[in-house]
Design a protein around this ligand. Structure first.
Ligand code: OGA
Ligand code: NI
Length: 363
């Protein structure tokens, strides 16, 4: 690492990009490097023939309503249930996470990404998915996402990497720790409500996720002069139970696929986005949707997001909830232990078939 040129965001020795932010910081690029160019992208619906005005808008769920003792809680619960079935994603308002914590976190994250590259690469180990930087290059023809990340396992605690959270500034660390605790509590509240709707025993869902597997990905998407050529995060579903996404600096970019078209998610201010992952689709025996989504980038503004990936603990069993299946409604997914699920997910060779498809039982 001794002779790389920090301002260029490029590692001479491995011929790989370390950071998109620093790659473009020195001088404006005359063209987008081929590694980032993805031809034949499905355009977002705003570029297609569909009139934006007629696009359906993503559902909004009010957590205070859901948790209230009034009759309106049942109406909100049905709204949530249908959001999970039809969309696999909703915006959560009145979520109880304090605005001052969200503001503080935003400043800490902005400060982090403003650090010089040589400071940030301390949080990177070649070949490790965790830590700082843009996609690591594994194969020659690999296309790279247009964004730099700080990605880390946050739970179980013993899985945390010693060169990441413990090395952050103390104010970033304490703010992040608080955020992690608040979001985990929030996730368990939402999951418990979903568990009840899925006929699970009281508290059963929350127990699965208590002290569960959890990781955090903070992404900095620099602006791009030709955003239609690149992708911030390529289309995927999350392998999680649920993911809570916070668009830290209020810049939109998330899109989801519904009925074959890409729909932009216009986030309400101070709302958090909850999207369901593969594990909830499996547990609900296909009733809830693990939503396909992607992140596009902006031609003018940088965008920052923080995704909290929330999954069951490693001793949990992943499979359709027993009360949802019977002779008429047979389980359509396999049941396996969480530890094996994670191993399979990481090592799964996609070849056009998603890991969720691999979990599907053939009849
Ligand atoms: C992800 C993801 C979206 C975003 O990291 O899984 O979907 O807007 N991110 O950053
Ligand atoms: Ni995702």
């Amino acid at each position: 690492m001794a002779n790389y040129k920090p301002a260029a965001g490029f590692d001479e020795s491995s011929h790989s990009v370390l950071s998109v932010q620093h790659l473009i910081a020195k001088e404006p690029l005359s063209s987008i490097p081929q590694q980032f160019v993805r031809p034949n992208q499905e355009p977002p619906s705003t570029f297609s023939n569909t009139e934006t005005g007629s696009l359906p808008t993503t559902p909004t769920i009010d957590l205070e309503q859901l948790l209230s003792d009034e009759a309106s809680a049942d109406i909100e619960l049905e709204k949530l249930h249908s959001a999970c079935k039809e969309w696999g994603l909703f915006q959560l308002v009145n979520h109880g996470v304090s605005i001052s914590l969200l503001e503080k976190l935003k400043h800490e994250i902005e400060d982090f990404f403003q650090l010089p590259l040589e400071e940030k690469v301390k949080y990177r180990k070649p070949g490790d998915l965790e830590g700082y930087g843009c996609d690591q290059v594994i194969s020659k023809d690999q296309k790279l996402d247009w964004g730099d990340r700080l990605y880390m396992t946050t739970n179980p605690l013993h899985s945390r990497k010693s060169h990441i959270i413990p090395e952050l500034t103390s104010s970033f660390r304490s703010t992040l720790e608080l955020y992690i605790v608040e979001l985990q509590k929030l996730a368990v509240k939402v999951l418990d409500i979903l568990g009840r709707r899925l006929k699970m025993e009281m508290g059963e869902m929350g127990e699965l996720f208590e002290d569960g597997k959890q990781s955090v990905k903070i992404t900095y998407y620099p602006p791009c002069t030709q955003p239609e050529l690149v992708m911030g995060v390529v289309a995927h579903t999350d392998g999680t139970g649920i993911t809570i996404l916070n668009q830290v600096n209020g810049v939109n970019g998330l899109e989801l696929k519904k009925d074959g078209i890409w729909i932009p998610v216009n986030v309400l201010s101070n709302a958090l986005i909850v999207n369901l992952g593969d594990i909830l689709e499996i547990m609900s025996n296909g009733m809830y949707k693990s939503v396909e989504h992607r992140a596009i980038v902006n031609s003018e503004k940088e965008r920052i997001s923080i995704a909290m990936f929330i999954s069951p603990h490693l001793d949990a069993k992943i499979g359709p909830v027993t009360k949802l299946t019977n002779h008429q409604n047979r389980p359509i997914f396999k049941t396996i232990g969480m530890e094996k699920y994670v191993k399979n997910f990481i090592s799964y060779n996609h070849e056009g078939r998603s890991h969720l498809e691999y979990m599907r039982l053939c009849d």
